[in-house]
Write a protein that binds this ligand. Structure first.
Ligand SMILES: CSC[C@H]1O[C@H](OP(=O)(O)O)[C@H](O)[C@@H]1O
Ligand SMILES: Nc1ncnc2[nH]cnc12
Length: 291
């Protein structure tokens, strides 16, 4: 892994570009898992190499279940990303996490069920740990950025990833609250799992747009009532992206969780039992251990 930071940003709803990036280029990438959501924008922010990919594609045309999460993570890895930060919209399950609050999540519950969730499979099986899915070094930089910009921020929280595209029923919303979840969205899983398989430290800032549908005193979430707050969050989210790059700096320090070498402990299929075609394909994200 490089000793220079290459910071990959995945922009969610409302975050379709990075402001004031230098040396901008658009890169079309083809991965063994197909095409990412769109061209990757590459450039620099305060001397730090940055890659940017809008998760739902240009014009927000790709729904959460059809985002090619594997191709998105693989494209960032192929372009040299050392770290990945996701910026997403979310609903809130807590009164104190009001719209406009940025939650730097540290746990996920994955209730998605219609998406490819692993790069690995028949021919080469791997089991990475997701016990601690978020890199604290990236979360520190996001928290510092929010504090500097005076964005209301909460450090830590559990993000419930639902399949969508419909929003939850009230029964589901109450169930997730009873599970202790803090926020809800449709995209951070399997993205976070795939980033770990690609040995990429990952963090997610979830920008609250609504109270989902658990409150009887506030209108249930609808796209129309999300859009206004999404606009305000989007400006702050873009400012946050700009402020985070210099905090991490061009000279990279490793993740305290050792994420860059997690595949050392994860491959269970012995070399002589591996499918050569599968190995070849996996070199795009696991070249460090597959040669
Ligand atoms: C616009 S409301 C629902 C939509 O917004 C979130 O997208 P993202 O996570 O990419 O910011 C949520 O997950 C849904 O996809
Ligand atoms: N309430 C909600 N549920 C799922 N995804 C969301 N994105 C923004 N608000 C959301």
């Amino acid at each position: 892994m490089s000793d220079k930071t290459v910071l990959g940003f995945i922009g969610g709803s409302g975050i379709y570009a990075v402001d004031e990036m230098d040396d901008v280029e658009l890169k079309q990438v083809e991965t063994p898992w197909g095409k990412p959501s769109g061209p990757v924008v590459t450039g620099t922010l305060a001397g730090v190499r940055v890659l940017f990919l809008p998760r739902h594609g240009p014009g927000h045309a790709i729904p959460p279940s059809e985002v090619n999460y594997r191709a998105n993570i693989a494209a960032l890895k192929i372009l040299g990303a050392t770290d990945v930060i996701s910026v997403s919209a979310c609903g809130s399950f807590r009164e104190e996490l009001s719209p406009g609050t940025f939650v730097i999540v540290d746990q996920f519950i994955d209730r998605t069920h219609a998406r490819a969730k692993s790069f690995f499979g028949t021919g080469l099986v791997a089991h990475v740990s997701i016990a601690r899915p978020v890199c604290p070094k990236l979360a520190d930089a996001l928290e510092a950025g929010c504090r500097e910009l005076e964005i209301p921020v909460v450090r830590g929280g559990t993000y419930l990833a639902m399949e969508g595209p419909q929003f939850s029923s009230k029964a589901e919303s109450h169930l997730y609250r009873s599970w202790g979840c803090d926020v809800i969205g449709m995209t951070n899983m399997p993205e976070a799992k795939l980033a770990r398989e690609a040995e990429l430290p990952y963090a997610s800032v979830a920008m609250v747009t609504d109270y989902d549908c658990w409150r009887d005193d506030i209108a249930d979430v609808e796209v129309t009532n999300v859009l206004e707050i999404l606009q305000q969050n989007s400006q702050k989210g873009r400012a946050l992206i700009k402020s985070v790059a210099p905090k991490l700096g061009p000279d990279r320090t490793p993740s305290p969780l050792g994420i860059e070498t997690c595949l050392d402990f994860a491959l269970i299929t012995p070399p002589d039992a591996r499918d050569p075609a599968m190995v070849e394909k996996l070199k795009a994200i696991a070249g460090r251990v597959l040669g």
